[in-house]
Ligand binder design. Sequence first.
Ligand SMILES: [Zn+2]
Length: 427
Amino acid sequence: MQPGRREGTKKIFLILTGLTAALSLGVGDAQQPATTAAELVKDPAVKAALDAAKANEAQTIADQIRFCEVPAPSFKETARGEVLKGTFEQLGLQNVRVDKAGNVLGDYAGAAPRPRVVIAAHLDTVFPEGTDVKVKREGNVLRGPGIGDDCRGLAVLVAIVREMKKARVQTPGSITFVANVGEEGLGDLRGVKEMFNVTMKEQIDRFVSIDGTGVHVTNVAVGSHRYRITFKGPGGHSFGAFGMANPIGAMGRAIAKINEIQVPKQPKTTFNVGRVGGGTSVNSIPFEGWMEVDMRSSDPASLAAVDANIQKAVDAAVVEENQRWGKPGVVTVTKELVGDRPAGSTPENSAIVRNGLETATVLGFTANLGEGSTDSNLPMSLKIPAITIGGGGRGREAHALSESFDTTDSWMGTQHALLLTIALAQK
Ligand SMILES: [Zn+2]
């Protein structure tokens, strides 16, 4: 989950009414699995698995702590990946493997290979190497970096496998469970990029990421582009070389221009110059200045437009700085794309979104629809049915060292994810 997802994006809360639930139960289309959630909960094996998911929530929480105490910064997920691989093998998933990116995959075979559902949770955290990842428990509250985001998702993923195996739930379609790398920050979705472009290319019919906490369905993907923009020049003595174009001068002009860019309120589109640096001393014309810029929108066209305007602003600023000092080409600029999360959405009336909401309703929970920046961004941009759901419980202060997870009724998230997995593996 990305920082600012909760506070930075406007959440749309749709309280499910009996009416919409009834509608979604009654409407069928080619994509809609034949067996509804309401029918599935009456199936003895499914019921046994759901009951066990609740009864064994203590085991799920123990797994959550176990996974969390293995450090897994983005790009250094191997150790935690090994723990998940061992757990997948122990639970009897087939063809347990690690792909080139480091994603850990295991199959749960159904009657047919397709439809194939992928249920994923991300291994990586935003916390650097050396962070104390010991989990502390005070009553119902667990404290530890990554405990909710996304050790909760990993634990729920494992709980689904455990209870489906024990209850011998049989599905028409097949499921691949994945503990994936590279969701956070500059990990830049490299785990799902590998999965959709290489490892399981054209083999994924439906995708669910279990990311974060609570019971919700995210069907709108806020995309983002991030750049590191570097301005360079010869530099020189502040007195002796005065009159030379200044890279930080150009950067200042660029920031002023960026801040004047107009963006739509709907769909919410944003930009931010978040970090700046450069220079060597107060009495030197710098030879370099750099800044990091982030822009976001759930609408691909608006994201492309704000991106183009920022590029234009930067180029114009460099020209102006060189003109000001009367010599073209003294200051130059390079723009490095360091983050590219595509925007997209899965329609509210699609089968997968309806399943996400309906499975919660059938279990007696309320699910909210929302938007965020998660691993589902990638399949959504490829128009592959995808949603992100929470793993239950209550998370606080994700991405902070003080991150906590309240386990009160967290079994609801386990049950929701379990029933949704089974529902999506129908025809
Ligand atoms: Zn996350």
